[in-house]
Design a protein around this ligand. Structure first.
Ligand code: ZN
Length: 485
């Protein structure tokens, strides 16, 4: 929809600023969300039918650029008639898929006829958009960072030993794009500076060399990042940071900047209870479309580089779960400790992504924060007991009342046979093969996170595999537990 301005006689678009535009697309995101991808560990076979659909759509041009080590196709999806090229590549690291999901949402945005036709026209008249979704399909297959040769593609920009690296270098050189978007995921345990807020989205305009010069190519990237920071601040205030600014001569972002393309690194981090990164995907959708409008209209040029420098840097200050001020009895002495727990993701054949909770640190953890954080003054932390009865088969566990067992202080059950091979279970208790006699849980750094929190004789909480079970309110937040065999 456009409005005619009777005073100036020009066509005005409905959306007056990138900021307002970002609000509108954020609000109607669900219209564009690609519903066939709803978990972050999707594979190349999930994007093949979507790519085939784009091939049939006249708005898009789809080219196969080459193949990965294991011969999966790598594509370039292009649209727009502008003279200025923009190149966006995602999932160079196979387990960093947030932006790939958003790119397919963006393809849906450009496919649909809707109220945004004027904005699309501005973008597509000025720019030629080139998307390279999933640069590392072999890594995505196993949901791992490296490619099938065990190489980190983002350390291969100079040697170019991997086919995936050569594909990216060749298309960069062929297009010589004005802007490049290097789309990654970072640890969900970064905080924004020394604050308690998770770094949900981090940006960087990488250096060109070990120096810190800001030639026009880098300055443009910095100014665009200011637009993106402002837009995102409307949705996740305080959760935006800058990625480490160290020069890495083997990385693509740094090299592409030095090859003359204004490069923006976007790292999707963490958000509470967003294990599948679906909220961060929505933010990627919003900020990438906002970028394209800002580049098309060159509205970013009005920004000041000093505002880029004001964005706080990432700090590694966050645990997935932080429990403060509990009392721990060791060697007959009581001490007050904080317990920091992280939950590490593991991809399993049958259950998809599951977690292993580990006690990461213990002691005085002031200065650190928890993605989930509790202060349990005067509760005592203690190890649970083993269930005295040995259960015959794993399938018999379904008859047990786990809340009753936890209330009795039991955190481990021994089972004789038929334990699932992948080593993970949905039951909120530690399961152990009866052949193993050693006790597994121990409240110590690097131990599995299984323990109880009690006041007097009454158990208030159980920590099971790094997840909290609130026994006072019967709230079971245990996503999964572990099996030791
Ligand atoms: Zn990465």
């Amino acid at each position: 929809m456009s409005m005619y301005n009777a005073f100036s006689g020009t066509i005005m678009r409905q959306y007056f600023s990138p900021l307002e535009f970002s609000h509108r697309i954020f609000d109607c995101y669900d219209m564009y969300k690609e519903s066939t991808i709803d978990r972050k560990n999707f594979k190349h076979s999930s994007i093949e039918p979507l790519i085939s659909e784009l091939k049939r759509n006249r708005k898009f041009s789809v080219k196969k650029l080459g193949e990965s080590v294991e011969r999966r196709s790598i594509y370039l999806v292009s649209l727009g008639k502008g003279s200025r090229d923009v190149l966006l590549w995602s999932q160079m690291h196979g387990d960093e898929s947030t932006a790939t999901m958003a790119l397919f949402d963006i393809f849906n945005f450009f496919s649909k006829d809707d109220d945004f036709s004027d904005v699309k026209e501005i973008i597509l008249k000025n720019l030629r958009l080139n998307f390279l979704p999933m640069l590392n399909p072999d890594g995505a297959e196993k949901f791992q960072r490296r490619n099938a040769l065990g190489i980190d593609i983002n350390r291969d920009a100079s040697r170019l030993q991997c086919p995936e690296s050569r594909i990216l270098k060749e298309i960069r050189d062929k297009l010589s794009p004005e802007f490049g978007f290097n789309l990654h995921d970072q640890s969900p345990r970064y905080s924004v500076g020394n604050s308690f807020k998770i770094a949900s989205i981090s940006f960087l305009a990488p250096r060109l060399n070990y120096g810190n010069e800001v030639p026009p190519v880098r300055e443009k990237a910095m100014k665009l990042i200011v637009d993106l920071k402002n837009a995102l601040s409307e949705f996740i205030p305080g959760h935006i940071s800058k990625y480490s600014d160290d020069f890495e001569p083997r990385a693509f972002g740094d090299n592409i900047q030095s090859w003359g393309t204004s490069t923006i690194l976007i790292e999707s981090g963490g958000w509470q209870n967003d294990h599948q990164k679906q909220f961060l995907r929505k933010l990627n959708f919003t900020l990438l479309l906002t970028s394209l409008l800002s580049i098309a209209e060159e509205s970013y040029t009005k920004n000041k580089v000093k505002d880029y420098y004001c964005i706080p840097e990432n700090k590694e200050n966050i645990f997935d779960l932080l429990i403060r001020n509990v009392i721990l009895k060791q060697r007959d002495k009581f001490s007050k400790v904080d317990i920091g727990i992280n939950r590490y993701e593991i991809l399993t054949e049958d259950q998809g992504i599951v977690f292993r909770g580990i006690i990461e640190d213990m002691g005085d953890l002031s200065g650190y924060y928890g993605s989930e954080e509790y202060c349990f003054d005067s509760l005592e932390a203690l190890c649970g007991k083993e269930y005295t009865e040995v259960i015959e088969s794993y399938s018999d566990l379904k008859d047990l009342n786990f809340e009753d067992l936890l209330n009795e202080g039991i955190t481990t059950i021994n089972v004789k046979k038929d334990l699932p091979k992948d080593g993970f279970s949905k039951y909120p208790i530690l399961i152990k093969s009866s052949e193993i006699s050693a006790k597994i849980d121990n409240i110590a750094v690097k131990s599995p996170a299984f323990f109880l929190l009690r006041k007097g004789k009454e158990i208030n909480f159980a920590v099971i595999n790094g997840f909290l079970y609130n026994l006072k309110t019967s709230t079971n937040n245990v996503y999964n537990s572990c099996i030791v065999q």
